[in-house]
Structures are given as structure tokens and as C-alpha cells.
Design a protein around this ligand. Structure first.
Ligand code: SAH
Ligand code: SF4
Length: 396
């Protein structure tokens, strides 16, 4: 890839469609909530389940946003639906395409806030990195999103809406009657965009349930990975209520260092986190927990760290793989990426100990779309450097 290859960017300048007064958006409602909404509109109770099935399929299987197209419903019923409801997803404000094919979307949600969504094409699959919050309450000192205050949680509709928007852009809605195409451009979801998904649990769960529903987008739970910085009390619920794969932003092997890098460690330390992971009901050799480990030069990348990391995982008998992430720099970041030799040596120690230790290739760096680089440039609410340093216990 040449460094000066062109980057394409389309900026969509369409004005934001105002939500039509008083109407409920159907996108993001669970099946049960949709049923209640249809009954409240006057749908007879005994028909409600069938109507939900029909509307659900139009929205999530065929990607339709207009009630008039729902041709298996009576005309009068379609008109009634249009009077009470909308089918709305977040608006794409801009799209940047990296030299490596990665796409970064900026999407606008109600209130004028913006979040980023990243699509990463690979040879045999395509992964969408979805945001769960605008900003983040946590202040991991190596993370760009962590410098932005939490503005608000995304709704379930705004979370599943990111997937729908990407399917629009990738032109991936099937045509009714056409043969089923098993190769999907968008085949995997990672909750690794902006925000801490376990601090917005209910909305993330509802959105993922919708994405997994077999009568709709129908992504397998094994193709969805939720990444958390370590909100220990919510970890078990992730298995019970969502059932997706789990990734942990581990990043350090002593509490002293983890307190600085991932300050939530002061609340739930390494031992408490490992205990919760050991109990994660879905973890087995075929569904291992991913330990994410960002490689920061001279901070957490020594041989001793690699040995301690293995020791922690072994002691708790956690089926694990370790994903090493070369640090992605951002303007003003207080760290440097470890050298390639250091990363390889670290990976080798882990591999020799019998654990998979893939090194994540940074994607979309030229458009600041790589892990931990997301932050909406237009967002005004910023944490001060002093606040971040104080919270992370870093010297100012
Ligand atoms: N809040 C969640 C998910 C979003 S971050 C979490 O913390 O897990 C997704 C992953 O990117 C996390 O492992 C995070 O620690 C990592 N990350 C953040 N900033 C990074 C950076 N600048 N370079 C590399 N990885 C980073
Ligand atoms: Fe928030 Fe995750 Fe970034 Fe930490 S790494 S500040 S939890 S988004």
C-alpha cells in the first residue's frame, strides 16, 4: 500500500430529516415492544403476533423503510401504520474510504450528536465496528474516545441502525424471491467503537437480539463480539442475556499499571476481573475469551509482562486467545507504539506457552479509523488533559 494513495471522501450534506411529530420509531423495538405498539394502535390482539412477523421481515430482512412497500398488508393497515410509526435509522453524514478498503462512517443521531462506525473488509468476511455511546465515561489513558466526555447512551435503534446503515451502503439487502446469497460482505459485528457497551447494557442487548433474529439480519451470536474494559458485575449478564463472544481490554499485568491504563481497574481489579472471566459460562475452547492487549512502548510490553499474562490466564483456567494491538497513535497521545521486534518477541512468549497470539493489523490508519482512534471531531465536550492525567494517575 502506498502512503500517498488517494483517500476518497464523500460528504453528504443533506439536511437532517426531523422526526415526524409524535410518531414512534419501530427500529430498535424488541418483538414484544413492537407487539405492544401495534396493539396500542388498534391491532386486534390475536392478529398482533402475525403483524409483528410481517412488519419485522420487511424492516430487518428486506431493509424496507416505507410502509407502502409492505405489500402483504392491507392498504388501510399500511396507512394506519404510517400514521403512527416511522422506520428511521441514523443519518450518514460522511464516509471515508481508506487505501486498504476500510470505511469510516460518521453518523448523526437525534440531538445532533455524532458517532463513528467502521467497516473492515477481509478476504473471507467483513466486520462492522459499532459504537454504543457518544463519548465514554471511562478515561483509559491510551484511548482517543476516552478524552471525550460521555454525551449520552445510544438507543437500541441507534445501535442496530448502524448495522442497517452499513447494509444500505454495502447494498446488502436481499431481493425478495432471489436465491439466498450466503457470502456476506457484512458478516461480523464487534462492539469496539465508541463507548463502553456494558454501561449501556439493555440497549446493547436489545440491539444485538434484533441483529441475531433469524427472521431478519440473522447474524449468528458467534459472529458478534462485545469488548469491555472490565465492568465486572455485567459480565455474566452478557453470556446469559446476549450470548455473544467476549473480549476484554486487559492491557496490563499488574494492578499498578492497569490502574493507570484502564482506570476502571481501581474499581474492579485484575483478580476480580479474572474471577468473573473464569465463570463466563460460554467460555470453552471453541469460544475463547479474547484478551486485548495494546502494545505500549516501555509501559506494558516486557518479557516479564508476557509471562505474567500467561500466568494469570493459566491460574484461572480461562480458555483464551490474546490479541496484541499495536498502539494506534492520535494527536497528543501520551504513549508510543512498541517496536515490531518487541511485539513479535511478546507474541512469541505467549505462543510458546500454548495460546494463540495474533497481532492485529491496524486498519484504516490513514483515515483515523483504527482501534481507539475514534472521536467525533465536531463534539465540543472534551475532558481536559489535566482531568485525564489525574484520573489515570499519570504525572502531569
Ligand atoms: N469500551 C470498550 C470497547 C471500545 S475500545 C473497551 O474498552 O473494551 C475497543 C478496543 O480498542 C479496546 O480493547 C481498547 O482498549 C482498544 N484501544 C483503545 N484505544 C486504542 C489505541 N489508541 N490503540 C490501540 N487500541 C486501542
Ligand atoms: Fe472507553 Fe473503551 Fe476507550 Fe476505555 S478503551 S475510554 S472504556 S472506549
Amino acid at each position: 500500500m502506498s502512503a500517498d494513495a488517494p483517500i476518497t471522501q464523500d460528504v453528504l450534506t443533506l439536511p437532517r430529516k426531523l422526526p415526524e411529530g409524535g410518531k414512534t420509531n419501530l427500529v430498535g423495538l424488541t418483538r414484544d415492544q413492537m407487539r405492544q405498539a401495534l396493539i396500542a394502535m388498534g391491532t386486534p390482539e390475536k392478529q398482533a403476533k402475525m403483524r409483528v412477523n410481517q412488519v419485522w421481515q420487511w424492516i430487518y430482512q428486506w431493509g424496507r423503510r416505507d410502509f407502502a412497500e409492505m405489500t402483504n398488508l392491507a392498504k388501510a393497515y399500511r396507512a394506519q401504520l404510517a400514521e403512527h410509526f416511522t422506520i428511521e435509522i441514523p443519518e450518514m453524514v460522511s464516509r471515508q474510504v481508506s487505501t486498504d478498503g476500510t470505511r469510516k462512517y460518521l453518523v448523526r443521531i437525534a440531538g445532533g450528536h455524532e458517532v463513528e462506525v467502521v467497516y473492515i473488509p477481509e478476504e473471507d468476511r467483513g466486520t462492522l465496528c459499532v459504537s454504543s455511546q457518544v463519548g465514554c465515561t471511562l478515561t483509559c489513558s491510551f484511548c482517543h474516545t476516552g478524552t471525550q466526555k460521555l454525551v449520552r447512551n445510544l438507543t437500541a435503534g441507534e445501535i442496530v441502525g448502524q448495522i442497517m446503515m452499513a447494509r444500505d451502503d454495502l447494498d446488502e439487502w436481499p431481493t425478495p424471491g432471489a436465491p439466498k446469497d450466503e457470502t456476506r460482505r457484512l458478516s461480523n459485528i464487534v462492539l469496539m467503537g465508541m463507548g463502553e457497551p456494558l454501561y449501556n447494557f439493555d440497549n446493547v442487548r436489545d440491539a444485538m437480539k434484533i441483529a441475531m433474529d433469524p427472521e431478519g439480519i440473522s447474524l449468528s451470536r458467534r459472529r458478534i463480539t462485545l469488548s469491555t474494559s472490565g465492568v465486572v458485575p455485567e459480565i455474566a449478564r452478557t453470556a446469559d442475556e446476549i450470548g455473544c463472544l467476549l473480549a476484554i481490554s486487559f492491557h496490563a499485568t499488574t494492578d499498578e499499571t492497569r490502574d493507570k491504563l484502564v482506570p476502571i481497574n481501581k474499581r474492579w481489579n485484575i483478580e476480580e476481573l479474572l474471577t468473573a472471566l473464569a465463570a463466563y459460562p460460554k467460555a470453552s475452547n471453541s469460544e475463547r475469551i479474547t484478551f486485548e492487549y495494546v502494545m505500549l512502548d516501555g509501559v506494558n510490553d516486557s518479557d516479564a509482562d508476557a509471562h505474567r499474562l500467561i500466568e494469570h490466564i493459566r491460574r484461572h483456567k480461562i480458555p483464551a486467545k490474546i490479541n496484541l494491538i499495536p498502539f494506534n497513535e492520535w494527536p497528543g497521545a501520551p504513549y508510543k507504539r512498541s517496536s515490531n521486534n518487541r511485539i513479535r518477541a511478546f507474541a512469541n512468549i505467549i505462543y510458546q506457552a500454548g495460546y494463540a497470539s495474533p497481532i492485529r493489523t491496524p486498519r484504516g490508519e490513514d483515515i483515523m479509523a483504527a482501534c481507539g482512534q475514534l472521536k467525533s471531531a465536531t463534539e465540543r465536550a472534551r475532558k481536559s488533559r489535566k482531568q485525564i492525567e489525574a484520573e489515570a494517575g499519570l504525572p502531569s
